[in-house]
Design a protein around this ligand. Sequence first.
Ligand SMILES: Cc1cc2nc3c(=O)[nH]c(=O)nc-3n(C[C@H](O)[C@H](O)[C@H](O)COP(=O)(O)OP(=O)(O)OC[C@H]3O[C@@H](n4cnc5c(N)ncnc54)[C@H](O)[C@@H]3O)c2cc1C
Length: 382
Amino acid sequence: MAYDLSLTEEQQALITTARDFTKKEITPVAAHYDEHDEFPRDILKRAFETGLMNVEVPEAYGGLGGSCLDHCLIQEEVAYGCLGFNTSLAANMLGAMPVLVAGTDEQKQEWLARLTDGGEFAAYCCSEPDAGSDVAGLSTRVRKDGSDYVITGQKRWITNGGVAGWYTVLATFDRGLKHKGIAAFIVDAKSPGVKVGRKEKKMGQRASNTCDVIFEDVRIPARNLLGEENGGFKIAMKTFDRSRPWIAAGAAGVIRRALDESRAYALERKTFGVPIAQHQAIQFILAEMAIAYETTRLLTHKAAWLVDQGDLSSIISAYAKAYGADAAMRVTTDAVQVFGGYGYTKEYPVEKLMRDAKLLQIYEGTSQIQRMVIAKNLLGRG
Ligand SMILES: Cc1cc2nc3c(=O)[nH]c(=O)nc-3n(C[C@H](O)[C@H](O)[C@H](O)COP(=O)(O)OP(=O)(O)OC[C@H]3O[C@@H](n4cnc5c(N)ncnc54)[C@H](O)[C@@H]3O)c2cc1C
């Protein structure tokens, strides 16, 4: 397939809109929301009004009808300002994605409209206290009761868990069946028996809301099942193939920010009578940062472009996610090094970049899990 990674005029305009929004609304307050561990509801409402949310929801359901690449362009810009904001937006689309992947027209009309008309958030409930990487090992149970389903279990680490209007939830009919027992459901957050549990005290990305969500005999109608009763695992994997480029785009954003901050500081800070930018050791760190940015961005765009061509190549999404997350961790750590002692304090933004970046290697499949996906593909078992 011939790649065309050139951006259209519309996409350039999208970048400008997202960049302006980030500069005005996010970057100046990112430290505040981090410090106060606070969810930036009002700012995200303005992001919604500006057209930076629900990007991949088709216009027929009130969304922007954007591509995966469009979405990645926005995610990179938002992440430049704050990865926590970026994660809140990405998790909303992650909650909606199973509905896009497997929902009926009726389900899309009902649930996506609540995001696009009402400005509600969605959240994706897969992980549990004892099952993160091992999705097939989840233990939230579902049973059929008449024409309803009844869900019982506890989900952990749910981004937007405490603020979402509805959830996509993975539950198993029989844990012994592993991935073949898993189904995906849409659950209204107001359903009796749904409880928001503890809020995590996180190292970074503290503007994002991460909570337990508990389901105590939650009764939901049959029409809230997504796809087939044994199709939940496949829906989850298809969702990850589409969502991992967003995380890689977030990595590109934080890498670019770390590079910009480091470059500016290196030109200003003097040691031994010259700006540290004149020391080759610092120049090489900056050069590595620039290489990491270009590589992450290219891989992200290729993965997103392939998603947009309908080629759900797990391996490219995994390359982009694994490379981008690891590069972001390395680059933000190096940014702290460039700043010396000041980098280790809250006087400058780079310590936050480093704390925020760590999560990129953990959520939506850890860096190890991405390598497992890649190795399986390489060895012909993908
Ligand atoms: C802030 C935050 C937000 C999150 N948001 C969401 C969300 O919105 N929705 C959601 O469902 N989940 C969410 N998650 C959960 C996230 O996806 C999991 O934390 C992640 O998948 C890892 O699972 P775990 O924490 O259980 O680690 P484990 O699976 O216990 O893994 C522990 C370690 O072992 C490694 N490991 C595991 N298995 C293997 C293997 N076979 N080979 C080699 N190494 C292995 C892992 O890479 C990791 O280093 C979030 C997590 C965090 C921290």
